[in-house]
Each structure stands twice: as C-alpha cells, then as structure tokens.
Design a protein around this ligand. Structure first.
Ligand code: BJW
Length: 233
C-alpha cells in the first residue's frame, strides 16, 4: 500500500488548545474542577438557569475570539496540505483554532462556539458576541437562544461521517484529550478493530491509553510538530 492510500484520522481535544491559552476541562484548575458540568453543560442545567449558562459561554466565546493557533494546530494544517493520502481531522473542541491555522473540513463533533442554536426550533445562525436569555430566534422569534455546542446527554454531530472515517483509517492519532468522554473515548478501539495503528500524543496518560499501540507524553507544541515532520520526511 502506497502513502497515497494511507488514511490518517486525527482526534483532538482541549489539550491541543491549552498552549493557546484556552483552559482544559479535567486538569487541575480545569473548567470542570471550578464549575459543575451538570449546571453548565446539560440541557437540564440550561432549562434551570439559561442566564447563568449563557454568561459562562459568553465569557468562553470572548476567550476563544482572542485565542490564536499554536505550533500543534499549524503542524496538523501542514500535514493536511502535504500528506499524499487522506487526513480526516475530528475535533471535540468548540474553538476555531484548527481553521485559523489553515485546516480545512474540520469535523466539530461537539459543535462550535461561534454558532447560535434555537433550543425551540433548531434554527442555526452565527453567534452574536453575547447571548441573552431573552434573545429571539431569527426564524421562530421564540426566546430560546443557546450556544451551538453539544452538552452531556445530547447526540454528537457528524457521527455517520466519523464512523465511516474510522472504518478506513490506517493510522488513528489522538491528541490532547483525556479519553473520558464518550463516544470520542471509544474511537481508538474502533479504529484498531478496523486494522488501524493507534497513537496517543498527550501531556500524560489518558484514561483510554490501553487502546493505543504507542503513547508519547509531553506538550502538544513539542510532540505534534515533531511527529508531523517525521511523517512527512
Ligand atoms: C495536554 C496539554 C498540552 C493538557 N499538550 N496535552 C453516565 C451518565 C450520563 C452520561 C453518560 C454516562 N456514561 C457515559 C455517558 C455519555 C456521556 C459521557 O461520556 N459522560 C462521561 C463523562 C461519563 N457523553 C455524552 O453525553 C455525549 N453524548 C452521547 O454519548 O450521546 C450518545 C450517542 C453516542 C454516539 C452516537 C449517538 C449518540 C456528549 C458529550 C458532550 C461533551 N460536551 C463537552 C462540552 C462541549 C461544549 C463546551 O466546550 O463547553 O465537550 S464536555 C467537555 O469534555 C467538552 C470536551 O470536548 C469533552 C472532552 O474533553 P477533553 O477534550 O478530553 O478535555 P479534558 O480536559 O478532559 O482533557 C484534556 C487532556 O489534554 C488531558 O489529558 C491533559 O493531560 C491534556 N493536556 N495540556 C498536550 N499542553
């Protein structure tokens, strides 16, 4: 099999954006150590107190808008440009740092901070700088504006496309994710079952590290550019 036939599937998580100044969720000092995810990242929490949830996401969106990609995002964009085979880039992140670095066709399985979603009718539109609970939906006029992100208990986006990519992967690489959240935590096992080699690039051991043929530990800005450079020769 030539390089041109090799399909690389990459999954990224919060760790790849940590060195761009965006906090992770489960590290010491991470978002879920300071806030209860049940209040902020579930449809039930939103129904209880939409103002609190929107204020949290307004703050996060402001931080995302100020963030810039780092050498790990840039290396993946370089890989997409120069690898002769397919590179499928799946991210759990809701920031746009892969796109800012030049990556194309990024699969945002947990949605996107820069989008707004009507919880009443499902209409989507570009997020305003700040959302308020009383904001009317441009389509149905009901005051049900929420961020276009995937909360616990909701179905992640693009699962059919992701399943098809995992089934044909020759190499699956997981970068900067703790491997605690399903279904993403199961992708390495699925890709391996379909015959892919699996590689983890993470600051430390992830929860699903046993599903990887190889694990390299360190900051993404060191590991990812080095891996891409070696791969491209
Ligand atoms: C670095 C670094 C550096 C740091 N360099 N590395 C029991 C009860 C209820 C529900 C469940 C249950 N069991 C399972 C579930 C399902 C649930 C789930 O998995 N829960 C578990 C937590 C128990 N999952 C869901 O509900 C999902 N939906 C679902 O399963 O639907 C069913 C379905 C499946 C398949 C098909 C059809 C239907 C939805 C999950 C939604 C997750 N949403 C969030 C919020 C998004 C919006 C927002 O940003 O606010 O997504 S939660 C949060 O976790 C966010 C992330 O994308 C996600 C993953 O986190 P990630 O990226 O791994 O971050 P961390 O912080 O955990 O890890 C960072 C890593 O980086 C660490 O390892 C660091 O060491 C490392 N690192 N610095 C390299 N410089």
């Amino acid at each position: 099999m030539s390089k041109a036939d090799d399909h690389i599937v990459i999954l990224t998580g919060a760790g790849i954006s940590a060195e761009s100044g965006l906090g992770t969720f489960r590290d010491v000092g991470g978002l879920w150590s300071r806030y209860d995810w049940r209040d902020l990242a579930t449809p039930e929490g939103f129904a209880r107190d939409p103002g609190f949830v929107l204020a949290f996401y307004n703050w996060r969106r402001e931080r995302v808008r100020a963030a810039r990609p780092n050498p790990a995002h840039e290396a993946l964009a370089r890989l997409q440009r120069h690898w002769p085979g397919r590179v499928t880039l799946i991210t759990q992140n809701v920031d746009d740092l892969h796109e800012q670095a030049g990556s194309e066709d990024v699969i945002h399985m947990h949605g996107n901070h820069l989008g707004a979603l009507c919880a009443a009718c499902g209409h989507r539109w570009p997020a305003p700088e700040a959302m308020a609970a009383a904001d009317p939906c441009p389509a149905c006029a009901r005051p049900a504006t929420r961020p276009d992100v995937v909360w616990f208990g909701e179905t992640p986006c693009h699962m059919d496309r992701i399943g098809a990519a995992l089934a044909t992967a020759r190499l699956f690489v997981s970068i900067g994710t703790s491997g605690t959240v399903c279904p993403a935590a199961g992708f390495a096992a699925l890709a391996r079952k379909s015959g892919a080699r699996t590689l983890e690039l993470n600051l430390g051991r992830s929860e699903n590290t046993d599903h990887f043929d190889e694990a390299r530990h360190g900051p993404a800005t060191d590991l990812v550019p080095a891996w891409v450079t070696a791969l491209l020769g």
